[in-house]
Design a protein around this ligand. Structure first.
Ligand code: NAP
Length: 273
């Protein structure tokens, strides 16, 4: 019988993870069974218990359970500990290993796939939810010159600044007038606005020359944020498909000890296949 893995979330129906992991399994010839699991909002712990009883080996965790996954982990990596969010679980005997591969996925997409250097650049992260918390430490490890976090609910941005208080190049902005005085080389949309087709309200003239606009949302249509960025003169535009596949590749590596090739799979997901 193949080892069982799953992605758990609520909702989960639109998840691309089964498609991606089945493609990894085929490519690497590592046979796995991978399913999508829906859990009720108060049913995460129970779902994990049943999955483990049925010899489940590992899980990807998506909205809204990343903090629950952090809480049940008995061993945490530095990225997961710093983010206080877990997107990959590995079950081994009595231990639950909690990882966060979102940030690694984003960095691999920006630096390796898009060949955009982050070091010494000025970064703006819009949003302070689960995805934002997962990408901050890996971004800081690339040594940007500044990292500004801007969020509609400013208290959440301050909480993230506190979480990463040992890094002194984080600035929190509580309004668009503040951001409007600056220019950025990399602007990341980590809000869920694109999910609901809404525009993120941002000031004009904040994209520096040669800048990259990156929307964490994956979509085969241009998102409102990327449309705005293009009009504002951002030189490079990317949605989050590359990050999605790269974070999955890192999970697969943690589970199976082999890192799948991602280029073709990113292309296929982008083309809707
Ligand atoms: P989340 O925890 O629910 O956080 C949502 C964020 O969006 C919060 O900061 C929220 O601000 C902000 N927001 C929501 N509506 C807004 C509006 N109308 N105007 C301004 N800000 C608004 O969600 P998440 O898990 O961080 O996910 C965020 C995005 O990342 C989603 O699009 C998701 O699909 C994407 N994502 C992609 C990947 C990938 O692999 N590509 C991985 C993870 C997530 P408040 O705090 O004020 O509510």
């Amino acid at each position: 019988m193949s080892d069982t893995y799953a992605v758990i979330g609520n909702p989960i129906i639109h998840s691309k993870s089964p498609l991606i992991h089945n493609a990894f399994s085929k490519q690497t010839k590592k046979k796995i069974y991978y399913e999508a699991l829906f859990a009720p909002l108060n049913g995460f712990t129970e779902a994990i218990k049943i999955f483990r009883q049925n010899n489940g080996r590992g899980m990807n965790v998506t909205t809204p359970f990343k903090f629950n996954a952090y809480e049940i982990s008995t061993q945490l990596t530095e990225d997961a500990e710093a983010a206080q969010a877990v997107n990959t679980l590995l079950f081994d005997n009595n231990e639950i290993y909690g990882h966060n591969t979102d940030g690694i996925g984003l960095i691999r997409d920006i630096v390796t796939n898009l060949r955009f250097t982050i070091t010494a650049k000025r970064i703006l992260i819009c949003g302070a939810g689960g995805a934002a918390s997962g990408i901050i430490l890996p971004l800081l490890k690339e040594n940007p010159s500044t990292l500004v976090i801007s969020n509609r609910t400013v208290q959440k941005a301050y909480k993230l600044k506190d979480q990463f208080s040992s890094f002194n190049n984080i600035i929190v902005s509580n309004n668009n007038m503040d951001i409007a005085k600056r220019e950025f080389d990399l602007i990341i949309n980590a809000t869920s606005t694109s999910l609901i087709g809404k525009s993120l309200i941002l000031p004009r003239n904040i994209f520096a020359s040669g800048s990259l606009a990156y929307d964490l949302m994956y979509s085969n249509k241009q998102t409102p944020f990327l449309k705005f960025a293009q009009k504002e003169g951002a030189e490079y535009l990317s949605d989050g498909t590359g990050m999605l596949v790269e974070q999955a590749a890192e999970s697969f590596f943690l589970w199976r000890g082999i890192r799948p090739k991602t280029k073709e799979i990113i292309k296929n997901i982008r083309n809707g296949s």
